[in-house]
Design a protein around this ligand. Structure first.
Ligand code: S3P
Length: 448
């Protein structure tokens, strides 16, 4: 996969009923964190179910460049060996994170907090994304931006301080990436690091820090939490089991809801409530989704989701739900296109700074396929019609989730939907086309 290679158009057409049992790949957020913490912690960490997508492989390479040993076993599990907190080295070359916002932002925190000087770069999409949100707290902790592109963007060189300054940082945006960068920067700090979030965001960093032996407390009052990490913990290698990614499960899930007669079982899906906003919303829209085999997997709540084709109706999605489904709005917009009545999604400003401007990309994709919609400020309103014309070509703007969302649309629309380039699907879901066609979906073209 490369953003400069020839585009790979992919086309999805109206499909017969989807059926089968499938396991989508491991969670991307947890996979990144398992390599960051496993590559840092003293001793051996064995990771099973790691997402072997481009984004996560960049994090593996970056950790190796800082001195961690990271290998893939023949059975598909991964082993990371680190030197403990304080044991990272300056890399010899630029760390290129490709398309991976989570990888680069979490690494900036970890590396700066270890006093390293690192140059970060990425693809055309990542170079457009704001890094100031990470640099602001890291500068308060003593880091210095040596060089960066205009607007505090990549390529960027960041120098960590000799001694990290303990901070209490209130998140100005509901971002788990910012929270995580600050906590990781606090690992090699002599004092405590506190992050205050006024709305809950995904808590995988906190869970995994505790799993590796950190002393971390969360105090919650209403929707606000204060998370405090005690510096210089003795992080020790642990086994990590990565549950299936709910953000990837969202694609076969919505496809099964939309394609008449479908019944699909999605196994081992993580249902941590900081990630479950799409499930809540689809259930409110009338989706038939049953949770079976509820259990814990790798310290996260997980279950099998049994999904049946359903008649959906529009709902209003409140802004405070956004952090728990931030990556799922594109595919929700597709579900909303087939739902009866209006679906109103409020408070989507963060969608503008993802792998693409997702608000604009979704609107353009809906328009190209004859779906009426309105954008009012940061709100998206999809005027659902139960039937979707399709027939359009969607520009993916180097965004995997735009590509997969509109391919799902094509499985139920009257005419096929084409996405201009499926290459980026490999960043998070390399087996997407195979998995979907295995369920009966008609998707042609080489994605990933
Ligand atoms: C992620 C957090 C989210 C999400 C991203 C993964 C993470 O970003 O969009 O795909 O793993 O922490 P923000 O925290 O910036 O909203």
């Amino acid at each position: 996969m490369s953003s400069s290679a020839e585009p790979l158009p992919v086309r999805a057409s109206r499909s017969p009923a989807l059926s089968g049992n499938v396991r989508v790949p491991g969670d991307k957020s947890i996979s990144h964190r398992s390599l960051l913490l496993g590559g840092l912690a003293r001793g051996e960490t064995r990771v099973t179910g790691l997402l072997e997508g481009e984004d996560v492989l960049r994090t593996a390479d970056a950790m190796r460049a800082l001195g961690a040993k990271i290998e893939r076993n023949e059975d598909g599990s991964w082993v990371a060996r680190g030197n403990g907190v304080g044991g990272l080295l300056n890399p010899e070359a630029v760390l290129d994170f490709g398309n991976a916002g989570t990888g680069v932002r979490l690494m900036m925190g970890l590396a700066a907090g270890h006093g390293l000087t690192v140059t970060y770069d990425g693809d055309a999409s990542l170079r457009k994304r704001p890094m100031g949100r990470i640099l602001t707290p890291l500068k308060q902790m003593g880091a210095r931006v040596v060089d960066c592109a205009e607007g505090e963007r990549l390529p960027l060189t960041l120098e960590g301080p000799q001694d990290v300054i303990p901070v209490t940082y209130r998140l100005p945006v509901a971002s788990a990436q910012v929270k995580s960068a600050v906590l990781l920067a606090g690992l090699d700090c002599a004092g405590d690091t506190t992050v205050i979030e006024s709305e809950p965001t995904r808590d995988h960093t906190e869970r995994m820090l505790v799993h590796f032996g950190a002393d971390l407390i969360r105090e919650t009052e209403g929707s606000e939490s204060r998370i405090t990490l005690k510096g210089r913990p003795d992080l020790v290698g642990r086994d990590v089991t990565v549950p299936a990614d709910p953000s990837s499960a969202a694609f076969p899930l919505v496809a099964a809801l939309l394609v008449e007669g479908s019944r699909v079982r999605l196994e081992n899906v993580m249902v941590n409530k900081t990630r479950a906003g799409l499930l809540t919303t689809l259930e409110e829209m009338g989706a038939k989704i049953t949770r079976e085999n509820e259990r814990e997997l790798g310290g996260e709540p997980a279950c099998d989701l049994v999904v049946e084709a359903s008649d959906l109706h529009g709902v209003e999605v409140p802004p405070e739900r956004a952090p728990s489904m931030i990556d799922e709005y594109p595919v929700l917009a597709v579900a909303a296109a087939f739902a009866k009545g209006d679906t109103i999604m409020r408070g989507l400003s963060e969608l503008r700074v993802k792998e693409s401007d997702r608000l604009a990309a979704v609107a353009a994709g809906l328009a190209a396929n004859g779906v009426r919609h309105t954008i009012e400020g940061d709100d998206l309103i999809v005027h659902g019609g139960e039937r979707v014309a399709g027939g359009g070509t969607v520009e993916t703007h180097l965004d995997h989730r735009i590509a997969m969302s509109f391919l799902v649309m094509g499985l139920a629309s009257e005419e096929p939907v084409t996405v201009d380039d499926g290459a980026m699907i490999a960043t998070s879901f390399p087996a997407f086309t195979d998995l979907m066609t295995g369920l009966g979906a008609k998707i042609e073209g080489a994605a990933g």
